[in-house]
Ligand binder design. Sequence first.
Ligand code: NOJ
Length: 530
Amino acid sequence: MGWWRDAVIYQVYVRSFADGDGDGVGDLPGVRQRLPYLADLGVDAVWLTPFYASPQADGGYDVSDYRAVDPRFGHLDDARALVAEAHGLGLRVILDIVPNHTSDQHPWFRRALAGDAAARERYHFRPGRGEGGTLPPNDWESVFGGPAWSPVPGEPGLWYLHLFAPEQPDLDWRHPKVHEEFDSVLRFWLDLGVDGFRIDVAHGMVKAEGLPDIGAGEQARMIGSQELPFFDQDGVHDIHRAWRRLLASYGPDRIAVAEAWAPTPERLALYVRPDECHQAFNFHFLRAGWDTGQLRTVIEESMAAATTVGAPTTWVLSNHDVVRHRTRLGSLARARAATLLMLALPGSVYLYQGEELGLPEVTELPDDVRQDPAFFRTAQGGRAAEGQQGLRDGCRVPMPWTSDGPSLGFGPAAGWLPQPAGWGELSVQAQTGDPLSTLELYRTALRLRRLLPGLGDSAMEWLTAPEGVLALSRPGLVCVLNTGRAPVEMAAPGELLLCSAPEESRDSMEAGAAPGRLRLPAQTCTWWAA
Ligand code: NOJ
């Protein structure tokens, strides 16, 4: 069985994980120092967000040199050492590759702006509409708000396409040089030893022929739920097939995971056909509300769709683009319960740094420290990007490692975003060894997940459950989630292994219940040995 099919993969947002050199920005030496923490947490792999040379117009998703480490984050030797050390600890390493767009400072785009016709063919340059071409070539909107086109400086009437910020011009994947370049970049990092790639905007590289108008507003709200001429076009699958062949030439263990926003689980499943990506993020799960009906539907649909192509399902609750799930779901109790549900499901799980500490979204950041382009574009365009609310800095605040210190152990100096008061109590140091802490809950759950054979990639059955409760059976495990605001009385499904409510025990659940039964506390998920 491929290692990724049931892997727990931990997302390191490099800028905010650990700062080795004291410039306030996380870096590769910082990640290296913290690898033992990740191994001890019990994850199988680490996904590192982009650390390539970049002007940082979008937190590194604007790459100016795909083969270089940005000096802010270290040197190529740090990347090499990080991969070797991670492997020594039994951790695999996945890099983030950004093929939909480059930075506007990438040599290709600089040449294109300077008038080089051959370089222009690698992007989408088009004449504008209206008299003198003063209007954008079509009605597409940037995911970050505002038009998806910017005028070419010094050439009135000419525009270029950027589905994200103006500093992120979209590549034209019809051009063979674009394919060649990315093949070479993938090989560069595979030769260095990485175990695979998270493909940024894996659904966006191919645009509908002729770049047709959409004809309706609110495009940001349509992403991931409706067809759009710039996302999820059939042509992207040819690229994923070619990359799968390239990965396979390095052996069976190098993987690709697609960041793909597809309108339905069925469309998403196309990205994980046997000759395409190994995994795709399942954002449908992340979007489900705290509701047994919605959760059950999304779990069933995701598993059914993945099964049609023989792929594993993936599950994710938080990442660097969405409001942290503790805040999104409304409480730490719900966040802990949702995590235990996720870790009991078949397939692979993605964790986002800091969720193991129960970190909340930081909602009170002053505007002058914010860096997310979505924030600025939203302020200008007056519209928030779907699911991100135009406020992605709040989930990117540097990790608290120690109870005190200038940036709570993130580094020797203050971090690039301020940590809120009280975060020392949420630090790794404060939570380690406290059996009631969220960190120890994650450690225990991950340990149990490894101990229960076949939990990751095998059958799952729903069990009958009272209203507001989801109960499912896995090999050796029954998982019961009570989403309700009141305890629910039920028969014990087995021996209690783990409960998301810190102070609950089998005894406390039996107290007040009828003989032979127990009261499953409100907003709680439990694991039972079966
Ligand atoms: C998805 C990444 O996760 C996000 O952070 C980035 O802004 C966009 N892709 C554009 O690269």
